[in-house]
Design a protein around this ligand. Sequence first.
Ligand SMILES: [Zn+2]
Length: 696
Amino acid sequence: MKTTILYPSLALLAAAAAVVIVPVEAAAESCSVPPSGAMSLADSRDDVYVSRWCADQSKIDMLWNGLSLDADLWDEGWGYDNVCDPQLFLPRLLNAAFNVTKVQEISRHFGENNAPARRLWWDFIKEREDDGYEPKCCNDEPGLNAAHFSGGLSTNLCIKWGYKIGAAVRSSTLVHEATHEDEGHVGDDECSNGASCDTYYGAYNANTMQINYLYDAVSAYQIETVNGKPQRKVTRFTTGGAEMCAYIPLWTDAERDGGIDQISYRINNNFASGSVFPKYSDVDDVDDAYGASWACANCEVGKYTFSLQNLGKNKACNEIANKANAGVNAANRALCTSFNGKIAKAPGAAAYQTLANELYLATKPCLSYNQADLDAYCSAQQATAKTVADLDPYGILADNGFQEELECTADYCRDRFDPAWSSHANEPTWDDPLGCLDMLCDDDTECRRRFLVYKADPAKYHPDHCTDVLLDCIEASPQQAQRSPQLWRDGLSPALKVDAVSASCQSSYQFCRATEEIARRVAAMVLIERWTVPGPGPVEDLRTNPRINPVDQAFRQALLRLGARLKAGLGEAQFTAELAALMRHPEAMAATFDAGPATFAALFGQKDFTAIVGPQLARISPSLAAVERVPAAKALLGKLNAARVSYTKLGAQQVQKTLQDASRELSPAQFEGLIKALGQASTPAEVEAALAKASP
Ligand SMILES: [Zn+2]
């Protein structure tokens, strides 16, 4: 229950009377202290406030002298001889004064918005009440709290004020009475309160000053000095699973609600004219206005600690794939710890966000795998693995490029290849005891056969496209030589016939390689144009996303750097050499596919496309037209197609030369000009028009 407390003020001071009446010394009153109906200490909190100053004589002196008190008036049971007893009147006056000093300490830096500039509330009181205060029973005026007198007389304080108003709100009366040194009230019938009336809120008068003091008090949050500057203290807590930060109010919420009720009552009842709404209806209103609480999640230091058990489950970088990641993790843990230390001092949501942003920017990315470290891991695993299943139980090799896992397994299987296995070359379902065939070939019968025939040589059972063509051709050579006797009319021996067919296979192979070179070059050009350096954004999560392949990332970065060097004037021959080296990387194919499946399919063929996307998706027929949208590709594809067409008519060496010439024709300047012109085109006709325009 909230209680509304009334403060009828002294009618004697009615400004309308314009006369200061000096009270006649009345007969000594007597009254019991605490009076009947006094607030409990739990409600008034006088014991709490007393404990904040009474052990420190300098604080007692500061309050006593600030109030200009006279020992003669406060002895005889009022508390002069026992200032630490919260049940006596003097300590209750000092509690009110103490609250004023605390409100001044805070509001001089963080005063309520729009209140008048007079926020030095304690100084304000000291200057005006240098005649001191006197305790009174006020038996004749049971509603009275206090009365100010001018002309060298002390201000009367009634025991009702000291015992029926809590220590926090009680302090506002001192501001009210001090204002009377400058301004009296208007007539009692001017306002609905029927006493203590002022003209309107906002003019300089006792009620306005009391209200403004209360606005400062209910919005006063505890402060501290950080880096030489005062700022609000922050407390951290968890609610509903959310980590929260908040300012700590000077007063309890019950005291603040009491202050807000007092403001509201005075605005509504103690002014003759003018009407304003109170700014706040409860403490939540105040806290909302001040952004007094905000989400402030901690940085979890443990998330940057690497362990096999947490692999891929936290933000720690893999220290096996790259030993230098131990340093990265340690640095990130230090940043995390430092962040946690700072957020407890961050004065508000904006300051927290700034720190969070700084943490985000400073957090170091994981280093991609180190080949030597990964090789060492592979070797160690190979030494102890009983079957291929033991090689990479945590998927560390697989996470760093599918090729890594494959190579480690292939290497292991080649080392442990048992020549006796070869006798099973024609048994498509036979499995070796180490699990090599199952892991490396699954149910691919050609792969299984070649694994056993070529003694686990991965270049043979996992051939690239051109090698596959070559092997098919050579493996068929004897039958081929036998099958076309009319071609070998010149009386070649069977062995020479096979040699001749094999030589033809080699030519096909050379052609295949040359075609592949063009495709790679076009692909690289497409990738360079399409990719940009990633800007700021929620990249952090991606760093530890197991789906992001660090090898692929490294490849993209290398390609971007090469593209930048090309634009900066890197020589064409040098560019071509570096590009060729880069595009032989196994991740180049996957990256090209990512950038544009249709482009990929057109460049590398339906077979490789199917291998990557699977047969279902591959049925969505990729088209050359999609590739032609990329001008670099268009320029080369013409040559590529011509070469393919003329392959049947031209000798292999001639074809090869044509292809090499074509691949050199793409100059950096041409490429960039066409890209710009074609960037806007969206239909094939527009592409044609743009091409025509861009041509010299
Ligand atoms: Zn008054």
